[in-house]
Design a protein. Structure first.
Length: 278
């Protein structure tokens, strides 16, 4: 049976470290806080913003929610971001995606102060990660690395295959893995014969957004499998990996739910406190 790489233990270690760090900052009268920009009524964004607020409260980090109606103009959003950029009590800003129609997400992201961009979406932060000059990649790739490290999964010299080429998971994760001396292949929707590549992988990271895309016959026996996917399938939350089947072939695997998602949320708060050393 594969090692179950649950996210809860890794998240607990990180939460304890961040709570202690936040406590020290408060004792030094140093202001730090997360500002979440929520435009419109996207249900998933509302739930996530509420969860972030509760997490901030549990860690002793101030939380600022800017909830705006869907009719808010891009000019008004940019003006608010400029205020948050200048606010000394805000050390991290997270604009919730998706934004309503008519709002250009690229313009919104580029308006962020790169030092307050908690999900590393600003082009400056993307470039720094790409050239290996910053470890502050988006939260989900950092969560993947944190879980792998927590369970002491070796990476140097291993062949990692990432299924998915998004700007927030696949591409930045490839840079983090390369920095740890893994050999990285990125596959995507136009990759012919996906199983051919997967059967060569020591590490598989599924981030395609397709429920149960990866099955046991595609996996090399003993491979480590990380499932980043979160999909609604007939009212159930499932990943991109057929968990039951792949568990029999893999040496280690993350569950969905209860895996990477539990850690990626805490990563937002780690980025909020990143300018201060532990």
């Amino acid at each position: 049976m594969a090692l179950l790489m649950e996210g809860k233990p890794a998240a607990a270690v990180l939460r304890a470290r961040l709570a202690e760090k936040a406590k020290k900052l408060r004792e030094q009268k140093i202001s730090c806080g997360l500002a979440v920009l929520l435009v419109g009524d996207d249900h998933a964004s509302i739930i996530y913003a509420d969860w972030l607020g509760k997490l901030c409260g549990s860690l002793g980090i101030s939380y600022h929610l800017a909830a705006l109606p869907a009719e808010t103009t891009q000019k008004e959003i940019l003006a608010l971001i400029e205020q948050l950029n200048r606010n000394p009590e805000v050390s991290g800003i997270l604009p919730m995606m998706p934004l309503p129609r008519g709002i250009d997400p690229d313009v919104v992201v580029r308006s962020l102060d790169p030092d307050k961009d908690v999900d590393a979406l600003h082009p400056l932060n993307v470039g720094l990660v790409a050239v290996g000059k910053s470890p502050w990649a988006p939260c989900t790739p950092r969560a993947v690395m944190t879980v792998l490290d927590h369970y002491k999964i070796p990476l140097a010299g291993k062949h990692a295959v990432i299924v998915g080429r998004s700007n927030v998971v696949g591409k930045p994760l490839s840079q983090l893995l390369l920095a740890r001396d893994a050999t990285v292949t990125i596959c995507h929707s136009r990759t012919p014969d996906l199983p051919y590549f997967l059967r060569q992988a020591d590490l598989v990271v599924a981030a395609a957004g397709k429920p149960r895309l990866i099955t046991a016959p595609m996996i090399k026996p003993g491979a480590v499998v990380v499932d980043v996917g979160i999909n609604d399938l007939d009212g159930r939350i499932v990943g991109d990996v057929d968990f039951e089947g792949v568990s029999a072939a893999a040496s280690a695997i993350t569950p969905v739910p209860g895996g990477i998602g539990m850690v990626s949320t805490v990563m937002v708060l780690e980025a909020v406190l990143r300018k201060w050393p532990d």
